[in-house]
Design a protein around this ligand. Structure first.
Ligand SMILES: [Zn+2]
Length: 277
C-alpha cells in the first residue's frame, strides 16, 4: 500500500494539494457502499472542516458519548492528522457503530450508498439537535439563554424555538425545492417551498451534473379533472405546475456531487444526490 501511495504522490508531484491527504478505506466485506460515501463526504471540504472543528471543541469538553457523529469525526481527524500524504485507514470503529445502530447495515449483503447517506445525514442532524436542546435546557436552568450550539440563534428568552434549528449539516446539504402552481384562469401563482436532503436526478450520458440539475426543473399542466380548486376563481381550474431547485451551489459542492455520482454509478444509472442552498 505504501508503494501505491508513493506512486500516487509521484504521479501528482507538484500538483499534490497542500495539506491534503489521500487515504483509502479498508473494506470489511461489502462495505464499499459506506466507504464511497465517506470518501465523498471527506472531500466535501466545508463539511469536513466543520466536522473537524466539532471534534476539536467536543474533545476539549471531554463529555462526548460515542455515536455516529463522534465516530465520523474521529475517522476524519485520523485521516487529516496523518503524517503521510497517502495510505490506507480502517474505518473499523465507524462501521461497527453503524452496524450496531441500524440492523439494515449488519449483513454482508451489498447495501445502497444512497440509503446509507440518507441515514447518516439524518442521524447527524438528530444528534446535533439533541445536543442543542441539551445546551438550551442547561442554559435555561443555570443562566440567561445564549445562542445554542451548531450555529443556532433561534432560542427566545422564554426558551421557545422561533424557527427550526439549522445545523451545519443542514447548511452543507439541505436544498430547497420550490413548487409553484399558476391558475390559467386568473394567473394567481401559489408557491410552496420544501426542504430536502436528497433529490433523484436523471443522469444523462456524457453530461455534467450542472446540466442535469438544470434539466431537473419541470413544468406540467394539471387538469381540472384532478380537482384543483382556485380560491380566487372559486371553482375548479386548470393549473400549470412547475418545480425548481432554489440553490446557489459553490464549486466544492459541484465537485462533491460529481464525485458522488461517479462512486454511485456502479450501482445504478440514476442516483440521488443531496444539495445545498
Ligand atoms: Zn384562479
Amino acid at each position: 500500500m505504501g508503494a501505491a501511495g508513493s506512486k500516487l504522490e509521484k504521479a501528482l508531484g507538484d500538483q499534490f494539494p497542500e495539506g491534503e491527504r489521500y487515504f483509502g478505506l479498508e473494506n470489511f466485506g461489502n462495505t464499499c457502499y459506506c466507504n464511497s460515501v465517506l470518501q465523498a463526504l471527506y472531500f466535501c471540504v466545508p463539511f469536513r472542516e466543520q466536522l473537524l472543528e466539532y471534534y476539536a471543541s467536543n474533545k476539549s469538553t471531554g463529555d462526548a458519548e460515542e455515536n455516529l457523529l463522534t465516530c465520523l469525526a474521529d475517522l476524519f481527524t485520523q485521516i487529516s492528522s496523518q503524517k503521510k500524504k497517502t495510505g490506507v485507514i480502517a474505518p473499523k470503529r465507524f462501521v461497527q457503530r453503524l452496524k450496531k445502530q441500524n440492523e439494515l447495515f449488519r449483513s454482508y449483503m451489498h447495501q445502497d450508498a444512497h440509503e446509507f447517506l440518507n441515514f447518516l445525514l439524518n442521524e447527524l442532524v438528530d444528534i446535533l439537535e439533541k445536543e442543542a436542546k441539551a445546551v438550551k435546557s442547561d442554559t435555561e436552568t443555570s443562566s440567561p439563554p445564549e445562542n445554542t450550539a451548531n450555529g443556532s440563534k433561534s432560542a427566545l428568552p422564554n426558551g421557545v424555538l422561533k424557527e427550526p434549528l439549522v445545523t451545519w449539516v443542514h447548511k452543507n446539504f439541505q436544498g430547497i425545492l420550490t413548487n409553484e402552481t399558476r391558475c390559467l384562469q386568473c394567473e394567481t401563482v401559489t408557491a410552496r417551498d420544501e426542504t430536502f436532503f436528497d433529490l433523484s436526478l436523471d443522469i444523462e450520458q456524457n453530461s455534467s451534473i450542472t446540466s442535469c440539475l438544470k434539466n431537473f426543473s419541470s413544468t406540467e399542466t394539471l387538469n381540472a379533472e384532478d380537482k384543483f380548486f382556485c380560491d380566487k376563481c372559486c371553482r375548479q381550474v386548470i393549473l400549470l405546475a412547475s418545480s425548481g431547485i432554489c440553490s446557489s451551489m459553490d464549486v466544492y459542492f459541484i465537485e462533491w456531487l460529481t464525485m458522488l455520482v461517479l462512486v454511485s454509478a456502479t450501482w445504478s444509472r440514476t442516483v440521488s444526490v443531496p444539495l445545498t442552498h
